[in-house]
Design a protein. Structure first.
Length: 199
């Protein structure tokens, strides 16, 4: 089990937090072009909201772009309700997520995150630099986000041949969380080529 924390309060000049990566596994899987399933159990001891201007990244689907590594898709929380939010990052140097779209996009859903008990979260991503990618999110076995015909990464041509350009990071990263410091716990992280069963 791992404890992840955010300590940056509202108005702090810098965000804070932790990130967890598994490089070699993601590197070998994304190059097949097949979907990647990233699952974990999480425990939230308290309801968390965000102050004005605050943000929280719970998981990032990342890719190397013209200026370095960017979050492409972000799993976070809705600022005033303790529910999961899926975001297309607003500072990307590419169009998307769908054909004809650009700029940041936020997608919300109504299912609350359980507090004081373990919750099973699973994210599926199909790595694509064109509009044939997909992102899905399950909470306790229920599909809560289902994005298809979307980009999920920058073009592979932006990196040297053989260089890893696609990543998944399990985060606790942000600032302006209420309460602060803010903690949650993670256990049984799995990376798989197929959907992991929910008990």
């Amino acid at each position: 089990m791992m404890k992840q924390s955010v300590t940056a309060a509202s108005g702090s000049p810098e965000a804070s937090g932790t990130r967890m990566y598994r490089y070699s596994t993601i590197n070998s899987l994304y190059r097949t072009g097949n979907p990647i399933y990233y699952s974990f159990w999480a425990y939230f001891p308290q309801v968390t909201t965000l102050s004005q201007g605050g943000f929280f990244n719970f998981l990032q689907i990342q890719s190397i772009g013209p200026s370095g590594t960017d979050p492409v898709w972000i799993l976070g929380i809705q600022p005033s309700n303790f529910t999961l939010r899926l975001e297309w990052w607003g500072n990307l140097q590419m169009t998307g997520p769908h054909v004809g779209e650009s700029g940041g996009k936020a997608y919300d859903q109504p299912v609350p995150i359980p507090v004081g008990r373990w919750v099973f979260i699973q994210v599926m991503v199909t790595p694509r630099e064109d509009f044939t990618g997909a992102v899905k999110v399950w909470q306790n076995g229920a599909l809560i986000f289902d994005m298809s015909n979307v980009k999920t990464k920058y073009p592979e041509s932006l990196v040297a041949a053989g260089t890893q350009s696609f990543f998944i990071a399990k985060n606790a990263y942000g600032q302006g969380l209420i309460p602060t410091p803010n903690h949650h716990y993670v256990d049984d992280v799995a990376i798989s080529p197929g959907l992991m069963p929910y008990p």
